[in-house]
Design a protein around this ligand. Structure first.
Ligand code: UT7
Length: 322
């Protein structure tokens, strides 16, 4: 765990974009041996969005970024750095960040993608906050974007029903001394679990797809996340019940319910959108942030805690005073 020092940063604006092709659980019933009741009961998901033909990860990232810039009332030319958290870029290089840098007209911005499973966009946010704290950057655009449609194994009922495509974004800027600020962050990784959630071949010689040992991921998160949350709060000098709003990676309502129960947190203090979007991986925490902001759930002076977890395995937390 570490406290941020140096210049404070604040969230100046947020945005999101969900592509137009919607797939309900009933649509999956037509192509797989599954049913709406099983999916809702085990995951909380009812529908999710997927990219239209020809759409790519950078298209989703671009539209979410445009909305965040408009919301922040900051022009693209004022952005110093663009950080995109993603696990499904259309190319390993160039980065999605570079593509949107050009398309947005962010003429003096640097650009990079960050890969860290579903923790990627929260990791990007921590890098952005650190860059502002050190004086390196003044305005940072952070995006989480995923276009999984292409890499899902549509015959694997244990994975494809979970995921969805989408993008969320926020603009970070320098804050006043007594204004909003990021207080602390904690990021951990357990690479010994790298094979339970990976872009890999199911069998030798087969093309790579999204592979997940769902039950092992479920067990890992249920075991590791409650102590992570408790220790992050304790090390940040607060109790979990002193957090006003939790902005969470939307993986599965059953995971969120059981983790919250074990830490003693009320699920009323978080926004859940799994039902509508499924698990959008690195995009999910940025979409949840945008919806929490626009629903008026984040008020001045409140404590906001961000928690993400995913492939690696990785877990991350950030504490923000709005
Ligand atoms: O962002 C982080 C990434 N991932 C996650 O957070 C996912 C974590 N894992 C999970 O959410 C859950 O493990 C799943 C929702 C993926 C699966 O739920 P589960 O309760 O762990 O089920 P399971 O894998 O233990 O499978 C139970 C049964 C199996 O049938 P048998 O062997 O008991 O006959 C599966 O074949 O459920 C079956 N099953 C399905 N049945 C209907 C698996 N997927 C489906 C399905 N529809 N879509």
């Amino acid at each position: 765990m570490s406290y941020f020092s140096g210049r404070s940063s604040k969230i100046a604006g947020t945005g999101k974009y969900l592509p137009g092709r919607v797939m309900t659980n009933f649509d999956f019933e037509k192509i797989l041996d599954t049913n709406d009741e099983w999916i809702v009961e085990r995951t909380g998901i009812k529908k999710r969005h997927f990219v239209e033909k020809g759409q790519q990860c950078s298209d989703l990232a671009y539209f979410a970024a445009l909305e965040a810039l408009k919301d922040a009332k900051i022009s693209a030319s004022e952005i110093d750095m663009i950080l995109v958290g993603t696990n499904s870029p259309e190319s390993m290089f160039p980065s999605v960040a570079s593509k949107i840098q050009d398309r947005l007209g962010a003429k003096r911005a640097g650009a990079m993608d960050i890969h860290a499973g579903c923790t990627a966009s929260l990791s990007a946010m921590a890098v952005g906050v650190s860059g502002i704290a050190s004086g390196m950057w003044n305005n940072v655009l952070v995006v989480g974007a995923e276009a999984f449609g292409e890499i899902l194994d549509w015959s694997d009922r244990g994975t494809c029903i979970l995921m969805g495509d989408g993008a969320g974004a926020c603009v970070l800027t320098v804050s006043d001394e007594d204004g909003p600020c990021f207080v602390s962050s904690k990021f951990i990784s357990d690479g010994s679990k790298h094979d339970i959630l990976a872009y890999a071949s199911a069998r030798e010689g087969e093309p790579k797809t999204f592979q997940m040992k769902g039950h092992e991921v479920f067990k890992y998160v249920n075991k590791e996340l409650p102590p992570f949350i408790s220790s992050f709060c304790e090390q940040s000098g607060i109790l979990p019940e002193q957090v006003d709003l939790w902005v969470l990676h939307q993986a599965n309502t059953r995971i969120i319910d059981s983790v919250f129960k074990r830490v003693g947190i009320s699920t009323e203090r978080t926004l859940l959108n799994l039902e509508r979007y499924g698990n959008t991986s690195a995009a999910s925490i940025m979409i949840a942030l945008d919806e929490s902001m626009k629903a008026g759930l984040i008020k001045s002076g409140q404590r906001i805690c961000f928690i993400a977890f995913g492939a690696g395995m990785t877990i991350g937390g950030m504490l923000y005073e709005a």
